[in-house]
Design a binder for this molecule. Sequence first.
Ligand code: ATP
Ligand code: MG
Length: 213
Amino acid sequence: MRSIGLMGGTFDPIHHAHLIVAEEVRSVLGLTEMVFIPAGEPPHKAGRHTAPARHRLAMVELALLSNPHFTISRIELDRPGPSYLVDTLRLLHEQWGPEIELSFVIGWDSLEDFPGWYQPEGILRQLTRLIAVRRPGYVDDAEYNQRMEARLPGLLQKLCIVPVPQLDISSTDLRQRVAEKRPITYQVPEAVEHYIQTNQLYQHPTAEIERYR
Ligand code: ATP
Ligand code: MG
């Protein structure tokens, strides 16, 4: 039975925390593969302009090259309009069969927002597990689980928290660093850093929006 981990994200750009989280979850849960799904037009990031999909995808491709268990799905990139996870999961089940086990990895920041996502119950129904990973700066206390369950009944039944090395790396900070000419070395794979330089990504955050339109 194929048991697949899904790592959704804007990957603007992909960084080492994404890769470490994906590999740790894959190994702890014994998943056969980890599929990265770069977001097309992320609904929760509407209004914020991301780097063009072709650049985000190219960086994910470079970052995944060395891991045979990592693959990429273009499913959200090839679909016009906003991509909702509930639709993506339905399409993946159509593609891979209804019996396939899907585990979606979600960072603690996104988990907080999860009950507000489009059709969260539909998402949970299609998942075998929702894998939460902690992220520096986001606390969970004893009442956290009860609060989450109150917001979205059925969540705890599917929720599985996997401990991962804590790395305070974010794409937002990386974009800021590039714009301010501060280093991103060791926070992203070398090939990704090189790609950002060569294509002059994130140099001028505001001008970038105009240039990419
Ligand atoms: P941005 O700052 O643009 O939101 P990001 O660093 O949060 O970028 P995303 O592409 O938004 O990266 O994240 C994809 C997934 O990876 C999300 O589930 C997010 O919570 C998780 N993630 C990102 N960075 C980390 C990290 N440092 N530790 C654990 N999980 C992370
Ligand atoms: Mg994020």
